[in-house]
Write a protein that binds this ligand. Structure first.
Ligand code: HEM
Length: 225
């Protein structure tokens, strides 16, 4: 059949069991993100110095950062729902624009927090690298869609959303029993900040490569998959 002769392999609709694994991964990521936003809200809702700790004198930067970050975290998942995107393409475009603007607002807040941070140089570099990864993946995704390269856009925006979830992964990593005993916090915290987006990105790249490999592998009947 003609559709089997396509040479460009799309990972938009991977076959089972890959589809099930992706759905599970996305479901867990969204649940962890909602939990992160919920706990963050209750942590910073009380307007007092004790609740804010080291952020009290920098709370304007924190609000800017968390406000923008929360919008990106909440809007991201709906951008990946294929049926919604197909049924309402204009909604997808406008939500995408709001997502990118919110990301820039969050980055402005992050820049303020990085510059005023007392955490040390390694800590500042780790956060700056995260911000750079966030901006670069968004720029690649945006440029791709302006050029009409939908699949490329999709893959870069998945990478971008993985970076959006870095603080969620970071906070989860801190809760792993015994993790804080692994090294001096001055080394451990920046390392975990790097890993919070680099490791999920690596898993994504390996998962995508495995999906492509599985779809290219000949089926038992000898048809190209
Ligand atoms: C992905 C790029 C991001 C970067 C580069 C970044 C950077 C930062 C920086 C520099 C701080 C201050 C850390 C300190 O001084 O101790 C911070 C704190 C924080 N960020 Fe982000 N952030 C990012 C994404 C997000 C997102 C998407 C959210 C979601 C709302 C978020 C929520 C928070 C919260 C709640 C804090 C306060 C610390 C805490 O209570 O855990 N960040 N971030």
């Amino acid at each position: 059949m003609a559709r089997y002769r396509h040479t460009e392999v799309s990972t938009a609709h991977p076959a089972w069991p890959q589809r099930g694994l992706w759905a599970l991964a996305w479901g867990l990521a969204v649940a962890a993100m909602l939990h992160f936003l919920w706990t963050t809200y209750w942590k910073y809702a009380p307007q007092d110095a004790a609740a804010y700790g080291m952020f009290w004198t920098r709370r304007a930067w924190l609000w800017t950062h968390v406000g923008g970050g929360a919008v990106t975290a909440l809007l991201g998942p709906m951008q990946f729902v294929g049926r919604l995107r197909i049924a309402y393409p204009r909604l997808h475009q406008w939500t995408g624009r709001v997502y990118l603007c919110a990301m820039l607002v969050a980055c402005t807040g992050a820049a303020g927090l990085i510059v005023t941070s007392l955490g040390g140089r390694a800590f500042q570099i780790a956060f700056a690298a995260t911000a750079l990864a966030w901006l670069v993946t968004a720029l690649k995704g945006y440029t791709a869609i302006r050029q009409g390269r939908t699949q490329v856009h999709r893959r870069w925006m998945i990478r971008n959303y993985i970076v959006t979830l870095a603080p969620v992964a970071f906070r989860l990593a801190l809760q792993v029993p015994g993790v804080m005993a692994l090294a001096n916090p001055a080394v451990l915290i920046p390392t975990l900040l790097w890993l919070s987006w680099a490791l999920p990105l690596l898993v994504y790249e390996l998962g995508t490569a495995a999906t492509r490999w599985a779809r290219r592998a000949p089926s038992p009947q000898g048809d190209p998959a």
